[in-house]
Design a protein around this ligand. Structure first.
Ligand code: MN
Length: 135
């Protein structure tokens, strides 16, 4: 990989209050060379997002302080975040979950346990799509 490509490696914000899940997601993405940012509750998610301007957000929906749905709605109203890819993750996928997170403004819904092979592929795909759209 050339230095130019390396410099362009994307920043991914992972929002997850469960440390084990956080580490699992990080492990699946570590080898891909992304810069990984962490937030452990909804308020921190907004703070880190605004400060660090991630290229993609992986967002647990059940979070302390502010739910993932509220985080999504807030981010979508924040300048610069209208189209940032957001992947929502829910622990107990119930009927209607998918619709709820998509309505809130997430781009994709995944249920736990996350598929560690599928996740990096989906992320690469979404980032590529996003790059293409924002040219
Ligand atoms: Mn949670």
């Amino acid at each position: 990989m050339g230095w130019q490509k390396r410099l362009m490696k994307e920043r991914i914000l992972i929002v997850e209050d469960n440390l084990q899940s956080m580490r699992l997601i990080e492990m699946t993405l570590k080898a891909k060379g992304y810069t990984l940012l962490e937030a452990f509750d909804g308020e921190e998610a907004i703070e880190v997002a605004v400060r660090e301007r991630p290229d993609l957000v992986i967002l647990d929906i059940q979070l302390p302080k502010m739910s993932g749905l509220e985080v999504t709605k807030k981010l979508r109203e924040t300048p610069g975040f209208a189209h940032t890819p957001i992947i929502a993750i829910t622990a107990y996928a119930m009927k209607g979950d998918k619709e709820k997170v998509i309505d809130a403004g997430c781009d994709l819904h995944l249920s736990k346990p996350i598929n560690t092979r599928e996740l990096p592929a989906l992320i690469a795909q979404m980032l590529q799509q996003w790059r293409r759209d924002s040219v």
